[in-house]
Design a protein around this ligand. Structure first.
Ligand SMILES: [Fe+2]
Ligand SMILES: [Fe+2]
Length: 260
């Protein structure tokens, strides 16, 4: 099997995020020819959560799998879809029996990609430690995948960096999501795991992490309840491109911050 290229797209926020991804993706695919495309869709439906419609839009664009995060359960009507669609994952360390699955294996042309979604626990709610959860999932995936991508959806950079070291040499990539702000620390760790603390978001750049900036500002200024709407000004795509050897080890990780 040749080298593998994996494109991971950070939290797509609302229809502006979906639109800019749809606009940029054909060029990206042409230029880099990724073997796998994984998209974080936790903010894809109206800025919060995912629906069958937004998930299907990503699959139609060429996504092989979708990861989620703390907004996974925002839309009740999506619960059945989370149970039925094997290519979409929500944090694995949520309460057992909740809708959906936390890891999956997608297959294409004889290649197998394991996709794992985990939630942090610092300033976030999860039922179990993401560290021990990762261990048991990797045990379960042993021998069933060629490459593994972990989307660690977490708030604190310390917890994310720690997860990178925890998984180094055991997965192809450990990419952080949730903060919607890309970090400048993308690298391949010594054991061969591509790592970045946060990929960033795909949506309005002239916003406060996807929210209309005047509304976010008013909320901070007045500390009163404010209705948030998804911003649409100057959208961009935040993603990473990872190259990996046939043995599952990453060789490079490149940050992509793209305006149309
Ligand atoms: Fe998000
Ligand atoms: Fe999140």
């Amino acid at each position: 099997m040749p080298r593998v290229k994996l494109l991971f797209v950070g939290d797509v926020v609302g229809s502006p995020g979906r639109r800019v991804l749809e606009e940029v993706l054909p060029g990206l695919r042409k230029q880099h020819e990724p073997d796998w495309i994984v998209v974080n869709g936790e903010n894809s439906a109206g800025g919060l959560g995912v629906t069958e419609k937004t998930a299907k839009a990503f699959f139609a664009m060429g996504a092989d799998a979708i990861t989620l995060g703390n907004h996974a359960y925002r839309h009740r009507e999506a619960y059945r879809y989370l149970d039925e669609e094997p290519r979409i994952v929500r944090p694995a360390n949520y309460v057992k029996g909740n809708p959906g699955r936390g890891h999956t294996v997608v297959e294409k042309d004889g290649a197998r990609l394991g996709v794992v979604n985990l939630s942090g626990t610092v300033f976030m709610k999860a039922a179990r430690s993401p560290f021990t959860e990762a261990d048991s999932i990797l045990e379960e995936l042993d021998g069933r995948t060629d490459h593994v991508l972990v989307d660690f959806h977490a708030e604190a950079t310390s917890e994310k960096v720690a997860m990178g070291w925890h998984l180094d040499g055991r997965v192809t990539a450990c990419v952080g999501t949730h903060t919607h702000v890309p970090t400048a620390d993308a690298r391949v760790l010594p054991g061969g795991t591509a790592y970045v603390s946060d990929v960033g978001m795909t949506g309005s750049r002239d916003s406060v992490i996807g929210v209309r900036r005047e509304q976010a500002l008013e909320s901070f200024r007045t500390q009163m309840p404010i209705r948030f709407e998804t911003a649409d000004e100057s959208p961009w795509v935040n993603a990473v491109l990872i190259e990996a050897a046939p043995d599952g080890r990453a060789q490079s990780i490149e940050q992509l911050l793209l305006t149309p």
